[in-house]
Design a protein around this ligand. Structure first.
Ligand code: NAD
Ligand code: MG
Length: 391
């Protein structure tokens, strides 16, 4: 029987890689919903090709364009936040969560509530609301499967293992676009320079987050939330080749490393076929040709985001939602060329500091309302901090 699948964020980098895998075996899947935002032409093309039930754009102003592009195809068109949530509530066996940012949280929760397995590329959901999303999965007798390459690698390293025997989890970082730049030069790094990645081909936002290591910072928090380990058990190491994605260290001193090509179709395919392994269209590594794998310690002066992630992991509560929201606004401002590259971390740190004056907010129960309200307040605070700095 064909499996019912939906893809949230279908027009993005993860979404397109997911579609690539599904389109190779169209008879195996019934596509329920595909969603996107600005790129409605791509969304409509894919929805028609995959015979989706419904295509949803997050942008209500683009509903007419989407309708026009779908005319005569039999695919329903819808737009806006409520339509996204409605599409996530349609029964499906497997849902890819690949919207970027905390905008992915609500559709992900709706998908879990109707019992779908949630393949989670949207790391922001776990950073903002880890406890809530895991609880929602448990209460609906379903589960999350990690799609971030590092977390998929850890997950694979844990198959058949007892969590009690895990001593440490090491996630690797490429070091991003600026890993070999002198620190002094980072201050003047431009948007174009931050938007190219040495090893991975990804969306613009996560590519810039790789250069600043905000992406790795989110992933440290994601590791804590997903695997339920203590912050001091989680390490990040720079590994410029991006071939080892993560390493699980056990109490007997053994390290189990996951090695694979830097191609997201591996992690997506693992989550799609789990618990089976199937043939995937990714490159096979030639070890003698690779010759060596190297590692180095990340410099915390260069990557303040990693230090902030440690503070957030220790602080817990809603501090992840504050951290992520402030980061999203600082990144918006960097993309709009309103603040410099190093200023992003300064803004996030300032927002975290100001929220410390209101500990009741950080320690409020993790309900969806509290998370969304805190996300909103942290965005406002970030805008306020940036306005103050501008003069
Ligand atoms: P992308 O920018 O390429 O795509 C983002 C998708 O989200 C698009 O379909 C876009 O239309 C949609 N979207 C954007 N804003 C939205 C909003 N407000 N409401 C609804 N939809 C919206 O991003 P990506 O690189 O594919 O990343 C997607 C997620 O996967 C992110 O959470 C990212 O951190 C994570 N991730 C990506 C990669 C990668 O290789 N690209 C690897 C690991 C994890
Ligand atoms: Mg990753």
């Amino acid at each position: 029987m064909a499996r019912r699948v939906s893809i949230f964020g279908a027009t993005g980098s993860i979404g397109q890689n997911t579609i690539d895998l599904i389109a190779r075996a169209p008879d195996d899947y019934d596509v329920v919903a595909l969603t996107g935002s600005s790129n409605v032409a791509q969304l409509a093309r894919d929805a028609i090709a995959l015979k989706a039930e419904v295509a949803v754009t997050a942008r209500e102003d683009l509903l007419d364009d989407l309708r026009a592009a779908l005319a005569g195809s039999g695919v329903e068109a819808a737009a806006g936040q409520e339509a996204l949530e409605e599409a996530a509530s349609r029964p499906a066996d497997w849902v890819m969560s690949a919207i970027v940012g905390s905008a992915g949280l609500k559709p992900g929760l709706r998908a879990l509530e109707q019992g779908a397995v949630l393949a989670l590329a949207n790391k922001e959901s776990l950073v903002c609301a880890g406890e809530l999303i895991l609880k929602t999965a448990r209460e609906n007798n379903t589960r999350l499967l990690p799609v971030d390459s590092e977390h998929s690698a850890v997950f694979q390293g844990l198959v058949g293992e007892d969590m009690a025997a895990v001593e440490r989890i090491i996630i690797t970082a490429s070091g991003g676009a600026f890993r070999d730049w002198p620190f002094e030069a980072l201050q003047h790094a431009t948007l174009a320079e931050a938007s190219s990645h040495p090893n991975w081909d990804m969306g613009q936002r996560i590519t810039i987050d790789s250069a600043s290591m905000f992406n790795k910072a989110l992933e440290l928090i994601e590791t804590k939330e997903y695997f339920g380990v203590r912050p001091d058990q989680i390490e990040a190491v720079i590994h410029p080749e991006s071939l080892i994605h993560a390493i699980v260290g056990f109490v007997d001193g053994a390290l189990m490393a996951h090695v694979g090509p830097p191609d997201m179709r591996h992690a997506i395919g693992y989550a799609l076929h789990y618990p089976e392994r199937r043939d995937l269209p990714v490159a096979r590594l030639d070890l003698p040709q690779i010759a060596q794998l190297t590692f180095r310690e990340p410099d915390l002066r260069r990557y303040p985001a990693l230090r902030l992630a440690r503070e957030v992991m220790e602080r817990g509560g809603l501090s992840g939602a504050i951290f992520n929201a402030a980061k999203e606004r600082a990144l918006d401002a960097f993309i709009a060329e309103r603040i410099g590259f190093l200023e992003m971390a300064e803004v996030v740190e300032e927002v975290l500091t100001r929220f410390e004056a209101d500990p009741g907010r950080i320690d409020a129960p993790m309900t969806l309302d509290n998370v969304m309200q805190t996300d909103h307040l942290a965005r406002e605070m970030a805008d306020h901090v940036m306005a103050e700095r501008a003069g």
